[in-house]
Design a protein around this ligand. Structure first.
Ligand code: PMV
Length: 307
């Protein structure tokens, strides 16, 4: 049985605004999802994962757990005789760390012909992800497919790799509350509908923040990267994807790090703090002492690959 593995991600700058065409900066992280797909010839589709499992005949109408819709799409579109899919994950679901997109990408690779180009794996993964998140920008799937730190926009989905400062460390803390990406994207759509001019201004600000972050990354300027994360967080507050728990975590992280923000859709899930060796430990300990699970992640240069 051949397994394929794809990394999760944090969004460093530009989530939500990327849905409206902005640039975002993402970092694939060293937490991965592994998927194997073994073809069958009896029309049975079987999916086993920690989140949910199912087994049904393609000849019968089957109701399945909505969380499995992306894998169902991949199985039914690419495995005409049926398939056994197994998923193993190191990434908590609903935390904004890209568990669902990493799963889609690893599964897309597992059912694709060997040596398929990354762009075709990404296209299938994105079709699958859009079964549960129709407006997905594709940013998460791109980070899982290509790995590393990437600049991504919907107009040029082949991402540009960027080199992080050698000393940069990322501390992630989990609120413990699962979030729904679709619901948070809808919250932002409502904000944009109700405040079109304000949203346009914020979108421009978010795009220039992403641009400044990319040049600060090239210059190795961690202090500025932290400050830009905090400015990005203010925009996320304004568009309504934060809450008291996220604010508490950010307040704690900002006492020790260079700056922190929600990563991903918000409304729960994780924050990410920009640090280096001088303050990463203190940042993580302070968050842990306050009862939040906190850990350091590093950039994973490897995108989707066979195990
Ligand atoms: O599902 P999450 O938490 O990784 O968030 C996805 C990122 C968004 O920008 C909020 C949505 C998108 O499609 O890019």
């Amino acid at each position: 049985m051949e397994w394929y593995s794809a990394p999760g991600k944090v969004i460093l700058y530009g989530e939500h605004f990327v849905v409206y065409g902005n640039r975002a900066v993402l970092c694939a992280i060293n937490r991965r999802v592994q998927v194997s797909a073994v073809p069958r010839s009896d029309d049975i589709i079987s999916i086993q994962s920690d989140v949910a499992s199912t087994r049904y005949s393609m000849n019968d109408y089957a109701t399945i757990d909505p969380a499995l819709a992306p894998l169902r799409h991949i199985a039914e579109s690419r495995c005409p005789g049926g398939v056994d899919i197994h998923v193993r994950s190191e990434i908590p679901p609903g935390a904004g760390l890209g568990s669902s997109s990493a799963c889609c990408v690893a599964a897309a690779a597992a059912v694709s012909p060997k040596q398929s180009p990354p762009r075709s794996v990404l296209a299938l993964a994105l079709d699958a992800e859009r079964t549960i998140h129709p407006n997905s920008s594709g940013a998460d799937c791109a980070a899982s497919t290509y790995g590393g730190i990437i600049e991504y926009s919907k107009e040029s989905p082949k991402p540009v790799w960027r080199r992080p400062p050698d000393t940069m460390r990322l501390v992630v803390a989990d609120s413990g509350a699962e979030h729904s990406t679709a619901r948070m994207v809808e919250t932002v759509a409502r904000f944009a509908r109700d405040n079109p001019e304000r949203f346009d201004t914020m979108k421009d600000m978010a795009d220039s923040l992403a641009g400044l972050a990319l040049s600060s990354m090239d210059a190795g300027d961690i202090h500025t990267l932290g400050r830009l994360a905090s400015q990005n967080q203010s925009l996320l507050e304004d568009i309504g994807v934060s809450n008291d728990t996220m604010r508490d975590m950010i307040h704690i992280a900002d006492r020790h790090s260079y700056g922190s923000k929600i990563t991903g859709a918000g409304g729960g899930g994780c924050i990410v703090a920009i640090t280096d060796g001088s303050n990463s430990g203190r940042t993580a300990s302070a968050l842990e002492s306050a009862g939040y699970h906190a850990f350091e992640v590093s950039a994973d240069a490897a995108g989707v690959n066979p195990l």
